[in-house]
Design a protein around this ligand. Structure first.
Ligand SMILES: *Cc1c(COP(=O)(O)O)cnc(C)c1O
Length: 371
């Protein structure tokens, strides 16, 4: 029997979450963001659940090829555009739409030979200060692009840094939205502004966004946990990581657990050894000390980690779960067989990170099934 650990990708949850995002922006088209191998879920595994999107957006040209080979003929957008001139050949061949965020990318396009002109998204750096033209140089970039025979249509795009919270005590997107609106005032073209957080927290009409770009929300994670959890946003987990108990131990008071004796039993207790460790992508920092553990579901019931996370195992408290034993299902995040949900955001918070990082870090050795 293979080691009892498995991840499950939930097609119905992906479908539900995508519709939930659409409901937040009913007149907009949806880019399903599937970068980083669909946030660790696997592009091929999420394709069915997300195929009602209007397009797929990602960074990696190899991932774009994978979507085309799944038979997708609709739009695909490269969110960082081309990394070198010859990437444009693949854009022409596969009909990829691409972001233009710097002058070099315009130079490359101007020198590119293509039968079909390209659909491009011109990116503004409205305050995030990663990719894009500053508001003051945006219009001249647009004019340059618009003069190229290689360009079919230009869309206008920016990305928010603080859509999930306030920024310096103010509305988190206000400064960027104002900069974008001002610099694009009389420019034609579709606009793309909202990531998941902006889709959930702001009205699409106010933003005037023709294309929303939800990533994390499709996968069922709340963008602003702990202010709001995924249940508040009516999102469902798209990934479950589950393993089984492979051994139990009865401890006396003062016995310790695992490496570094990081947890010491305060009274007699029973623990379970679970077939999941950091080599599976479970964060080591989610180890359980006496003061604090990370939640897990054992047969659908909440308990916590006790002792350090090791490479292949974690230890969990079974003291109040006498029916649990070898073979009992342990849900590390996602949905248990009973229907109980442990949000990845809650686990991530215990590991001082965000749901994004845990999803993306699911290890290669974990078998994945799609339901
Ligand atoms: C990753 C990404 C998104 C999606 O962000 P989420 O927070 O996951 O919704 C949207 N736009 C761009 C440009 C991105 O790189």
């Amino acid at each position: 029997m293979p080691r009892p650990i498995q991840a499950t990708i939930h097609t119905t949850a992906l479908r539900h979450n995508l519709e939930r995002c659409r409901a937040g922006a009913p007149d907009a088209k949806v880019w399903a963001i599937v970068k980083a191998n669909a946030y660790g879920h696997g592009i091929e595994r999420v394709f069915e659940g997300l195929r009602s999107a209007d397009g797929f957006a990602l960074l990696d040209l190899e991932e774009a090829q994978r979507i085309r080979s799944l038979g997708w003929r609709g739009p695909i957008l490269l969110l960082e555009g081309c990394f070198e001139p010859r990437d444009l050949e693949l854009c022409s061949r596969l009909g990829l739409w691409h972001t233009i965020h710097c002058n070099e990318q315009i130079d490359w396009l101007a020198a590119h030979k293509t039968h079909e002109p390209h659909r491009v998204f011109l990116k503004m750096n409205s305050g995030m200060n990663r990719l894009g033209f500053k508001p003051a140089s945006y219009r001249s970039a647009w004019v340059r692009l618009n003069a190229l025979t290689q360009v079919q249509e230009i869309s206008l795009m920016t990305h928010f840094s603080d859509a999930d919270a306030k920024r310096f005590g103010q509305d988190g997107i206000a400064h960027q939205l104002a900069a974008f609106n001002e610099a694009t005032q009389d420019l034609p073209g579709e606009r793309s502004l909202s990531n998941s957080a902006a889709t959930l927290r702001y009205s699409a009409q106010d933003l005037r966004t023709d294309w929303i770009r939800p990533g994390i929300a499709q996968y069922g994670s709340s963008t602003d946990y702990p202010e709001h959890n995924s249940a508040h946003w009516q999102l469902q987990p798209a990934m479950t990581l589950a393993a089984k108990i492979i051994a139990t131990q009865d401890l006396a008071a003062a016995d310790s657990i695992g490496y570094g004796s990081a947890y010491v039993a305060e009274q007699p207790m029973r623990i379970g050894i679970v077939a999941c460790g950091y080599a599976d992508g479970y964060p080591r920092i989610a180890s359980g000390s006496n003061a604090k553990g990370t939640p897990v579901l054992i047969g659908g019931q909440r308990s916590r980690t006790v002792g350090r996370v090791s490479m292949d195992m974690i230890t969990v408290d079974l003291t109040n779960l006498p029916q649990a034993g070898i073979g009992t299902e342990v849900t590390l995040w996602g949905r248990a067989a009973s229907g109980a949900v442990l949000s990845i955001d809650e686990v991530a918070a215990c590991a001082q990170t965000v749901g994004y990082e845990l999803m993306c870090a699911l290890a290669q050795r974990v078998p994945v099934v799609v339901d």
